[in-house]
Design a protein around this ligand. Sequence first.
Ligand code: HEM
Ligand code: HEM
Length: 185
Amino acid sequence: MALRNTSSEFGSLAKWLHWLVAIGIFWLIYLGLEQSGMERGPAREELRAFHGSVALVVFALMTVRLVWRLTNKVPAHPDGFPAWQRITATLVHWGLYVAVFVQLFSGPMTVATGGNPVPFFGLFSISLPIAENRELHEILEEVHEFAWKIVAALLILHVLAALYNHFVAKNDVLRRMTVGIKKEG
Ligand code: HEM
Ligand code: HEM
């Protein structure tokens, strides 16, 4: 399989990045919600730090992904793909990029404006050049507690669209993003 995208299929790098980021984001939503249900204390701090560390890996993967997306061909929609689906697919895809990056920026900025460095798996911490600011901290925390719901809502539409295309419209949309599902015929 080619590394780069072609006009009919995503290349291997786009596919691997898509699925690694997808696993990462599902995991981050789970970890974020898990820590929010815990009592204040060291166990919660540890889980928060782990959530933030996994998120920094996703941040790096998402950045590579975005650069790759902007510098690569994008496979054409299948023949006969209706205009409403072309428009909603584009809106949902770019909506996902924007909402995920809002989440990725608001997280570390919440930590930094709370007066703390951003830890990375206990190996080192990153001190962002942002001063402690309680007011901004509260706002960013609210943004972070809200934007994941937009990510989740867009994801539901995104997954339903993938399943609709595969099982109802029976086109190549899901197959060309998957690794190992062969093209029919
Ligand atoms: C957090 C999870 C996910 C995110 C952020 C995400 C994001 C995206 C984005 C932005 C694209 C557009 C292509 C690109 O720019 O690289 C895309 C394509 C695609 N995604 Fe996802 N996705 C996620 C999970 C899933 C899941 C769970 C499925 C399967 C059910 C799926 C199926 C697809 C398919 C089939 C395409 C290709 C669409 C096309 O060819 O137009 N994605 N995804
Ligand atoms: C796509 C990326 C991310 C997702 C999907 C995500 C998801 C979540 C969720 C669902 C929560 C719980 C919110 C609630 O209580 O309602 C949360 C909390 C938190 N996240 Fe993230 N997060 C992401 C990135 C980050 C990053 C990059 C950092 C820091 C490096 C971070 C730090 C935090 C912190 C400190 C909290 C607890 C504060 C709060 O409740 O707002 N997150 N995250």
